[in-house]
Each structure stands twice: as structure tokens, then as C-alpha cells.
Design a protein around this ligand. Sequence first.
Ligand code: ADP
Length: 240
Amino acid sequence: MNTKEIRRAARIILVGAPGVGKGTQAERLMKRYPQLSAISSGDLLRESVRKRTQLGLEVESTMKAGSLVPDDMILKLILGELQSKRWVSYQSSITGAFLAEPSKSPDASFILDGFPRTAIQATKLDSLIPINLVVSIITPVNIILSRIASRWVHAPSGRVYNTGFNAPKVEGKDDITGEPLTKRADDDEATWKQRLKKFDETSEPLLEHYERQGVLWTVQGNSSDEITPKLFQEFEARFT
Ligand code: ADP
């Protein structure tokens, strides 16, 4: 497939229940548009846990329980990532806390998966980079639940597989590196239900926030394969 042009910068957020396939859609968009890059807050947090960083040690039990990491911690993590990718510029500060300057001419195209998740996080992000498309992905919860059991991940990259409909080429192995696939620590049914509860509590104010800005777009489907063509079509209409 030819590399496709992006006419104007795409600054996209994916919102959806845990296991709805946000990571899968992000991967597919990046494959089709190699100019796009993505930040997944869940992947960043899991990497911190794996590497046993200070933040990782602090958030591990919260994540295992399916609760949300405190806003200040996630904001610091994401801000650091946005700065290291130069999507926002640095402003020197003694604390290094949340002082970053809004990007003056944001021309990077990117996808944020899993962040922002609360209206507070969204408001903070607004002051740094204006988002121009929020994709709300909707799939019936009984369908998501049945998929979670067959979800496997390549932890170092965050690549996601499903033995039902998106199986790895070799069973139990990552397609790119051949390394072993594992289960996510929070992918058991009870924890998933807790994550869903948190999503239900926080997503309404979050989506309303973006609805008011006129950037919300909703897509429904029973599978990632059903959703992807609709997402590509919408992306093309807006950005290519
Ligand atoms: P999912 O969307 O499938 O629940 P993620 O990989 O996006 O999974 O997130 C996994 C966990 O990481 C969440 O349950 C939560 O504990 C934490 N987390 C991720 N992103 C955020 C965020 N923006 N705010 C607070 N906690 C977060």
C-alpha cells in the first residue's frame, strides 16, 4: 500500500471501554499512515511497572485492582512523553512539574490511547495541545468480555493479539520479535468489571467535554474489523 498523505495535523484521542480495541485501532491507523505515532498511557504505565521505576512501584497495586492512577501522576508521565517527542516544548522550572508551553504550531500527527480518561486530564491537555478528533468506540460489553479471555500481549511493545480473530502467526509468539506473549495482570473477569465501572464513571464527563468542543465522533461495531473501515473513512474525510 502506498504511503498516504496527511493534509492537516491529526491529533486524535481514542476513548472506549477496557478491551474495546483502542490499541488495535491505533496500530491499524499507524500501519496505514506511518506518519502517525501513538502514546498509550496503559503501555507507559505497564512499562514503568516492568522496569520497577518509582512511579511503577507506586501504581502497580492500583492498576492490578483495576482502579485509575491519580491524575497528577498520569499527567506527569504523559507530559514527559509529550515533551520528549517534542509535541510540546519545555519550559524550565525548578520542580519540572506541569510547566510546559503549549505547542505554538502543532504539526505533529498523533494518537493518544487511554489518555485523557477524566475531564480533569482533558482540561489539562487542552492547555497544551488542541485535540481535533475524539473517537468514541462502542461495542456491547458482553462481546468485549468474551474477547478478554483470549487476549494476549507482547509486553515490551504493547502489541495486542486475540486467539479468536487476530491470532499471532505462531501460537504464543509475537509476530515481529518472536518473543513470548503474556496475559495482562488486570485481564481477569473481576478486574475487568472494576475497570469497566471506572470507565462508566469517568467517560460521560470526558465525552461531554469534547462534545462541547465539537470534536467528538462515535463509532459502533461488534468487532475491530467492523470498526476499522469506518475509522479509516472518517480519518480520510478529515485529514487527507
Ligand atoms: P484499558 O483501557 O483496557 O482498561 P489501559 O491499558 O488503557 O487499559 O489502562 C490500564 C490501567 O492503567 C487502567 O486500569 C488504569 O489503572 C491505568 N491508566 C491508564 N491510563 C490512565 C489514565 N489516563 N488515568 C488514570 N489511570 C490510567
